[in-house]
Ligand binder design. Structure first.
Ligand code: GLN
Length: 499
C-alpha cells in the first residue's frame, strides 16, 4: 500500500481493511493511530464519549503480534467503536446517563469480547440516547470527547440535523469515516433508523441471536445488538463474529451456532418475492422518501426479484404497544440504579428512601423518568390488565401478521422511517413526535424479526434508508439481498462533504 493510500485508510471498509492488515500492507498500530487522529479532528459531531488511546494502541500491538505469528482472527487489527451501552473494561460505560457517572465495568459485554477475540481493536465508546431511549440522540446527559458538557450528536450530512437514535453516535461515526464500523443496539429501531438517517448499512438480527450479556438493559424482550458499517458485506463479517449462543450468561440467547453470513452474499435474487406492505408506503411517508424506495424496488425487479403486495394491518398499533411494553420493562430494569450498586449517589439525603429518591431524581434525564413513570403505571394493580396485558396480546397479533405476510413473500421491504433526519430541536419537547417516527421499525422489533437498513438514495441532500425485514433466522437472506443491491448501486459509497 502506497503512502497516499495510507492517508486514506478511513475510506476502506471492514473487509478491505481486514485484507490489507492480514497481508501486512498496513499495521494494526498504524490503523489505530490513523482512526484515533480522525476521531480527534472531528469533535464537532459529538459522536464519541470516551477514548482510551493507550488501551486502543495496546490492543493494536497485540493484534500486530498475532498477525505476524499467523494467529490473527478474521478481523485482526480492524478498529471498531462500541455504542456506550456495551460494558467494557478498558473504557468507562455510561449508557448516556449521569446515573452511571464514574462506573467502570469489571467485565466486557459478550459482543465486545467476541469481536475482540476475532482481533477487533476497540477505538472508543460512542454517544447514544440515555439508556437507548430516543430516536434522535438528543437525550444525552454525558459530555462528548472534546466537549465539557453533553451535546446532541450531529448528522455528518447536515450538522443542523439529528443522526437518528438511539445509536446516533455509531451511525455518525461510520458515516463520517471516523470508524470503519460500530456496534449498535436496536430495541425499537435504534440500528435501522440511524443507519437510514446517516446513509450507512445496519442490521439487527433475530431476537436472541446475539447475547445481551453486558448490554445495559432497556427492554429485555426487545433489546438486540448488531453491526453498523458502510456495506452489507462488512455487516456480514461482523455479524458472523458477534452472534452465537451464550447459555451461561444470557438465558434468552438462542441455541444456534453463529453462521458464516459472508458465504451467501452472492446468492441470486432470481424469483425472490419482495413483499411491500401497503401500510409502509401510505399517508405520512414523505414524497421524496417514497420516490427513493420506489426506485430501489424497481432496481430489485431488474435484479430478478418480484414485487408482491402484502399487508401488515396492525402497523399503527405497534406504536402504543411498543411504548407500553418497552416502558414497562424499562421501569423494572432501571430499578437497579439506586445509588448503591452503580455510579452516581446523591451527596445529601436524610435516610435510605431519600437517598434513592434524590439519586434517581439527579441521575435520570426527563425521557428516562417519563418511561419509568409510564411503565410503573401500566404495571400497577388496576391498570395491568387494561394496558400491559392488552399490549402483550396485540404484540402477538403483530407477530402473526408477519407470518401471514411471509406466506406470500420471502422478504418485506419499505422505508426505515417516514422522513429523512429532522432538525436538531425540531420536535421540541414533544416526545410523541419522536415516537410516531418509529412506526416502520417497531413492528419487526415487537415480532423479534431480523431487519436491516441500507442506503437507497436521497430526499434532498439527506439519505434515505431501505428497510428489509426477514423471517426468523433469515439474516443471510437479508444480507444477500442487500449485497446484490449494493453491487448494482453506489448509494452506500457516497461520503458526506468534508469527510
Ligand atoms: N426510538 C425508540 C425508543 O425511543 C427505539 C429506541 C431503541 O431501539 N433503543 O424507545
Amino acid at each position: 500500500m502506497s503512502e497516499i493510500q495510507k492517508k486514506d485508510l478511513h475510506h476502506l471498509g471492514v473487509a478491505q481493511l481486514a485484507k490489507a492488515l492480514a497481508e501486512r500492507k498496513v499495521s494494526a498500530a498504524e490503523t489505530a493511530q490513523h482512526f484515533l487522529a480522525r476521531v480527534k479532528s472531528h469533535p464537532e459531531l459529538g459522536a464519541f464519549v470516551a477514548l482510551n488511546e493507550d488501551a486502543t494502541l495496546a490492543q493494536a500491538r497485540v493484534a500486530d503480534e498475532k498477525i505476524a505469528a499467523g494467529k490473527a482472527g478474521a478481523l485482526g487489527g480492524v478498529p471498531v467503536a462500541h455504542k456506550d451501552i456495551f460494558v467494557t473494561t478498558d473504557f468507562p460505560t455510561t449508557a448516556g446517563s449521569k446515573i452511571l457517572a464514574g462506573y467502570q465495568s469489571p467485565y466486557d459485554a459478550t459482543v465486545v469480547r467476541k469481536l475482540a477475540e476475532a482481533g477487533v481493536v476497540t477505538l472508543g465508546k460512542l454517544s447514544c440516547d440515555e439508556f437507548a431511549m430516543g430516536s434522535a440522540n438528543e437525550n444525552v446527559a454525558v459530555p462528548a470527547v472534546g466537549h465539557d458538557k453533553a451535546v446532541p450528536v450531529r448528522n455528518p450530512w447536515d450538522a443542523s440535523r439529528i443522526p437518528g437514535g438511539s445509536s446516533g453516535g455509531s451511525a455518525a461515526a461510520v458515516a463520517a469515516r471516523l470508524a470503519p464500523a460500530a456496534t449498535g443496539t436496536d430495541t425499537g429501531g435504534s440500528i435501522r433508523q440511524p443507519a437510514s438517517f446517516c446513509g450507512i448499512t445496519g442490521i439487527k438480527p433475530t431476537y436472541g441471536r446475539a447475547s445481551r450479556y453486558g448490554m445495559v438493559a432497556f427492554a429485555s424482550s426487545l433489546d438486540q445488538a448488531g453491526p453498523m458499517a458502510r456495506s452489507a458485506e462488512d455487516c456480514a463479517l461482523l455479524l458472523s463474529t458477534l452472534c452465537g449462543p451464550d447459555p451461561d450468561r444470557d438465558s434468552t440467547s438462542l441455541d444456534r451456532p453463529a453462521e458464516d453470513y459472508s458465504r451467501s452474499l452472492n446468492d441470486s435474487l432470481e424469483g425472490l418475492r419482495i413483499g411491500v406492505p401497503k401500510e409502509f408506503l401510505g399517508e405520512g411517508v414523505a414524497p421524496g422518501v417514497r420516490a427513493a424506495i420506489e426506485s430501489a424496488l424497481a432496481e430489485y425487479e431488474k435484479l430478478g426479484a418480484r414485487r408482491v403486495a402484502v399487508s401488515l394491518p396492525r402497523t399503527e398499533l405497534s406504536i402504543p404497544v411498543y411504548y407500553i411494553l418497552a416502558a414497562a420493562e424499562a421501569s423494572s430494569n432501571l430499578s437497579r440504579f439506586d445509588g448503591v450498586k452503580f455510579g452516581h449517589r446523591a451527596k445529601q439525603y436524610s435516610d435510605l428512601a431519600d437517598m434513592y429518591k434524590k439519586t434517581r431524581e439527579e441521575g435520570f434525564g426527563d425521557e428516562v423518568k417519563r418511561r419509568i413513570m409510564i411503565g410503573t403505571y401500566v404495571l400497577s394493580h388496576g391498570y395491568y390488565d387494561a394496558y400491559y396485558l392488552q399490549a402483550q396480546k396485540v404484540r402477538r397479533m403483530i407477530a402473526d401478521d408477519f407470518q401471514n405476510a411471509f406466506k406470500d413473500c420471502d422478504l418485506i421491504a419499505g422505508p426505515a422511517a417516514p422522513t429523512v433526519a429532522w432538525k436538531i430541536g425540531e420536535h421540541g419537547d414533544d416526545p410523541v413526535a419522536d415516537y410516531l417516527a418509529d412506526i416502520f421499525t417497531l413492528p419487526g422489533s415487537l415480532a423479534g424479526l431480523p431487519g436491516m437498513s441500507l442506503p437507497a438514495g436521497f430526499d434532498g441532500h439527506m439519505p434515505v434508508g431501505l428497510q428489509l425485514i426477514g423471517n426468523y433466522f433469515n439474516e443471510a437472506k437479508l444480507l444477500g439481498a442487500a449485497h446484490r443491491f449494493q453491487q448494482a448501486t453506489d448509494w452506500h459509497t457516497r461520503t458526506p462533504e468534508g469527510f
